[in-house]
Design a protein around this ligand. Structure first.
Ligand SMILES: [Ca+2]
Ligand SMILES: [Ca+2]
Length: 364
C-alpha cells in the first residue's frame, strides 16, 4: 500500500514539472518595466518591477546598471516576481537595463537620477542622567530624514566622568560633563548634550550652593530615583496627601508623606530610619553651615545629616515648639567643608519630626 502512495506522489510531481516546462516554453514577446524613470536619494533603495508577456512566458530577468558608481542594481524575487533593487550611490545619472533571461534582445530601461540630500541640523532631545557603570543611549535625530551625510562623531568633554561611543554614554564617576555630537562631513554642525552621572538626581534643580547668598532647599525637592535611591519611606502611600511630586513630573516617589502648608509644603509622618537625598552643586569651595527647619508636636526633633555617605552631624536634637507647624531652626554643627561640584546630602530622620527645608550658607 505504501509503495502505491509513493508511486502516486511521484507521478503527480512528474506531471507538475512537465506542466512547468510547458509554461516556460512560451517565448516572451514583449516586456514592460516600471517605473521608466526615477529619482533616488544617495543611500536610498527603490524597487523596479518587470513583466514579460504573454504572462505565461519566462519571468526571469537580467539586471544591469550603466554606471554602478552612481546606482547599483541587484535582483530580488518577491512572490515569484523579479524585482530590481536600485541603490543610489553618488550624485549623477545611470540607466538600469532589464533583459529577458530567455531572450537577451528583449529589454527595457529605467533612467535613474541620483541626488544628494543636504543635512540641515542635528536634533537633540533630553539631557542624559546615568549611574556610574550604567549605559544610556543618547536620543538624537539627523534632519532631514534620509540626509546623505548622517555619519556622526561623538566626544566627551570629560572621559573621567562619562565616556561616549557611537551615541552610547557610559557613566564613570559621579559628576557632570557634556558630550558633543558632530557631523563627520561638517564638524561645524554639532550639538552638545549635558550628562549627569550620579546615584540620584536633583529634583527641580540644580541646587546651586555658593558664597553669594544662602540657598534654601525645600524638603519636598529630594532627588528623583524613587525608593532606596532618592528616599526611603517606611509606609506605603502619601499620608499628606499633597501630590507635589507627581504634579511636578515625578511619579516615582509615591510613598513620601508630604503635606501642604503656608510655606509650600513639608515632609511629615516620618520615622527613625527614613531618609531623603538631595544632590547639590557647590559653586564656591569652602566651609558651609546647614540649618534645618523642623517641627514636632511635643518633645525633641531628632535627625542627622550625611554628605557623600560621610556622617556630617550625628544625632541633632532640639526641643520642639510643640506644634507640627511651628518651625525651629537647627544649625548642624560644625560647619562642613564642601569642594566644588556635585555632592549628595542625605537628611535622616531619627524620630517622627516634620521637615521643611535646609539652608546652605557660607559659614561664619
Ligand atoms: Ca509613606
Ligand atoms: Ca514616612
Amino acid at each position: 500500500m505504501k509503495k502505491y502512495i509513493v508511486f502516486m506522489i511521484l507521478a503527480y510531481a512528474t506531471a507538475l514539472s512537465s506542466c512547468e516546462d510547458s509554461k516556460t516554453s512560451v517565448p516572451p514577446e514583449t516586456m514592460t518595466v516600471s517605473p521608466s524613470s526615477a529619482t533616488v536619494k544617495i543611500k536610498e533603495v527603490i524597487g523596479i518591477h518587470a513583466v514579460a508577456y504573454p504572462k505565461e512566458a519566462n519571468q526571469q530577468f537580467v539586471w544591469a546598471s550603466s554606471n554602478p558608481a552612481v546606482a547599483t542594481v541587484s535582483e530580488e524575487i518577491i512572490a515569484g516576481m523579479s524585482v530590481g533593487r536600485v541603490t543610489g550611490i553618488s550624485e549623477g545619472n545611470a540607466v538600469i537595463t532589464v533583459a529577458s533571461a530567455e531572450n537577451a534582445s528583449l529589454k527595457s530601461e529605467t533612467a535613474i537620477t541620483v541626488y544628494k540630500v543636504p543635512t540641515e541640523s542635528i536634533r537633540v532631545f533630553d539631557d542624559v542622567q546615568v549611574a556610574p557603570g550604567e549605559q544610556k543611549v543618547v536620543e538624537i535625530q539627523v534632519l532631514p530624514d534620509g540626509a546623505t551625510d548622517d555619519e556622526l562623531v561623538w566626544t566627551s568633554a570629560n572621559p573621567e566622568v562619562a565616556t561616549v561611543k557611537d551615541g552610547v554614554v557610559t557613566g564613570i564617576a559621579i559628576g557632570g560633563t557634556t558630550v558633543t555630537v558632530a557631523l563627520l562631513a561638517d564638524p561645524s554642525m554639532n550639538r552638545t548634550i549635558k550628562v549627569d552621572v550620579g546615584i540620584s538626581f536633583p529634583f527641580k534643580g540644580p541646587h546651586l550652593i555658593s558664597f553669594a547668598a544662602p540657598y534654601v532647599l525645600s524638603a519636598l525637592n529630594f532627588d528623583t530615583g524613587g525608593e532606596g535611591v532618592g528616599y526611603h519611606d517606611n509606609s506605603a502611600g502619601n499620608s499628606g496627601p499633597y501630590n507635589y511630586r507627581s504634579a511636578n513630573g515625578d511619579s516615582n516617589s509615591p510613598d513620601v508623606d508630604i503635606e501642604n502648608n503656608a510655606y509650600g509644603g513639608n515632609v511629615g509622618w516620618s520615622a527613625a530610619g527614613e531618609w531623603l537625598a538631595y544632590s547639590v552643586d557647590v559653586i564656591d569651595e569652602g566651609d558651609y553651615s546647614i540649618t534645618a527647619k523642623v517641627a514636632r508636636s511635643s518633645g525633641d526633633c531628632a535627625f542627622r545629616i550625611t554628605v557623600d555617605d560621610v556622617i556630617h552631624t550625628n544625632n541633632m536634637v532640639a526641643p520642639s515648639a510643640n506644634d507640627w507647624q511651628n518651625w525651629i531652626d537647627v544649625k548642624a554643627t560644625p560647619s562642613i567643608r564642601l569642594t566644588a561640584g556635585r555632592h549628595r546630602v542625605v537628611f535622616h530622620f531619627n524620630n517622627d519630626s516634620n521637615f521643611l527645608s535646609m539652608t546652605f550658607e557660607k559659614a561664619n
